[in-house]
Design a protein around this ligand. Structure first.
Ligand code: ADP
Ligand code: MN
Length: 173
C-alpha cells in the first residue's frame, strides 16, 4: 500500500506540466519524476528521432527502470503521455490544458520548427491527451486543469495540494 499518492501530470508540450510539478514538489514533498530526463539518463530509448527531436522511448525498459521507486508512491510523473503506466500505479491523472493562442506563443518561444509547432497545436486542439487519459484510467481519477495565466497555476497547485491531503487522510490506517 502507498502512503503517498502517484500523480501523472500530462498535457501537450508547453501547457505547463514541468512548472506545475516543480512547484508541487517544493510544496508537498512528492518527487518530480521527469520521464524525459529518466529516458535520457537511464537509456530507456531506441535512439533519437531527429525529425521530432525527441527520444524514441522503450516503454518496457522505462517501466522496469522506475517500477520499484514508483510503486512505493509519492511521485509526480511529468510526461506528455499517460497510457503506458499501469492503472494500479496511479492515483490521479492531471491533464493540463492551455488556450491555443497562448500555446502557440509558448512553443514559438521554445524555438519549435513550424511542423512540430503545428503538430502540437493539433494535439492540444483535438484534446489528444485528455482523451488518452480518459481511455486509459477510471474517469473519476482524471482531472482537467486550465493553465493560461499565473493565477491559474496558483489555483491548480492549491487544488492538487488539497487533493493530496485528502488522499493521505483517506488512505491512512
Ligand atoms: P511543459 O512541461 O508542459 O512543456 P512548461 O512547464 O515547461 O510546460 O511551460 C512552458 C512555458 O510556459 C514555460 O515558459 C512556462 O513558464 C510557461 N507557462 C506554463 N504555464 C503557464 C501559465 N499558466 N501562465 C503563464 N505561463 C505559463
Ligand atoms: Mn516539461
Amino acid at each position: 500500500m502507498r502512503t503517498s499518492p502517484n500523480i501523472i501530470v500530462t498535457g501537450t508540450p508547453g501547457t505547463g506540466k514541468t512548472t506545475h510539478c516543480e512547484i508541487l514538489a517544493q510544496n508537498t514533498g512528492l518527487k518530480h519524476l521527469s520521464i524525459n530526463q529518466i529516458v535520457k539518463d537511464r537509456h530507456c530509448h531506441d535512439g533519437w528521432d531527429e525529425e521530432s527531436k525527441c527520444w524514441i522511448v522503450d516503454e518496457d525498459k522505462l517501466l522496469d527502470a522506475i517500477e520499484d521507486e514508483v510503486k512505493g508512491g509519492g511521485y509526480l510523473i511529468d510526461w506528455h503521455g499517460c497510457d503506458m503506466f499501469p492503472e494500479s500505479w496511479i492515483d490521479l491523472v492531471v491533464v493540463i490544458r492551455c488556450d491555443s493562442t497562448l500555446l502557440y506563443d509558448r512553443l514559438s518561444a521554445r524555438g519549435y520548427v513550424k511542423k512540430k509547432l503545428d503538430e502540437n497545436m493539433d494535439v492540444e486542439i483535438m484534446e489528444v491527451l485528455l482523451n488518452e487519459a480518459r481511455e486509459s484510467y477510471d474517469e473519476n481519477i482524471v482531472v482537467k486543469l486550465q493553465s493560461d495565466t499565473l493565477e491559474d497555476i496558483d489555483s491548480n497547485v492549491e487544488r492538487i495540494e488539497v487533493w493530496i491531503r485528502n488522499w493521505k487522510q483517506d488512505n491512512a490506517n
